[in-house]
Design a protein around this ligand. Structure first.
Ligand SMILES: [Zn+2]
Length: 135
């Protein structure tokens, strides 16, 4: 069969797939699932629509991208050179919204764990944090 994609197209296509499969949220979901916990996803009746929700334990987990949510790590400190003001405002909005949502959840009696994208890179550390939080 003829190869219809140029190598550049194929590269782009594959890196898209790879990113999707190893997205930080998916990584956390798979790990939590393999530990035997069951959860609901993106519950939109809760503040901030938490990524993972454990209704009986009243616990939620947010998985935050370092860039988008302005983490204090090297990924979160990246400053785009074009449209700098636009990105700055957008990311600061996200950060403020995050802390407002955390506060609302606390007030409703929920426990909240935020996992940053950079913290999903070390799987054994991630796993022990999840165990500590959920057990
Ligand atoms: Zn980070």
């Amino acid at each position: 069969m003829a190869d219809v994609l140029t190598s550049e197209q194929r590269h782009r296509c594959m890196s898209h797939i790879r990113n999707k499969n190893t997205s930080p949220e998916l990584k956390v979901r798979k790990m939590v699932h393999s530990m035997g916990f069951r959860y609901r996803l993106h519950v939109d009746t809760l503040p901030g629509k938490p990524d993972l929700v454990f209704p009986r334990m009243k616990k939620v987990i947010f998985v935050h991208g370092c860039f988008w949510h302005l983490h204090s790590c090297k990924y979160g400190s990246v400053k785009p050179t074009t449209n700098a003001d636009f990105w700055k405002a957008k990311r600061e909005d996200n950060k403020e919204r995050d802390s407002r949502n955390r506060e609302k959840l606390f007030q409703k009696g929920w426990q909240v764990l935020c996992i940053w994208e950079c913290e999903t890179k070390n799987e054994s550390e991630l796993k022990s944090r999840l165990i500590e939080y959920l057990e």
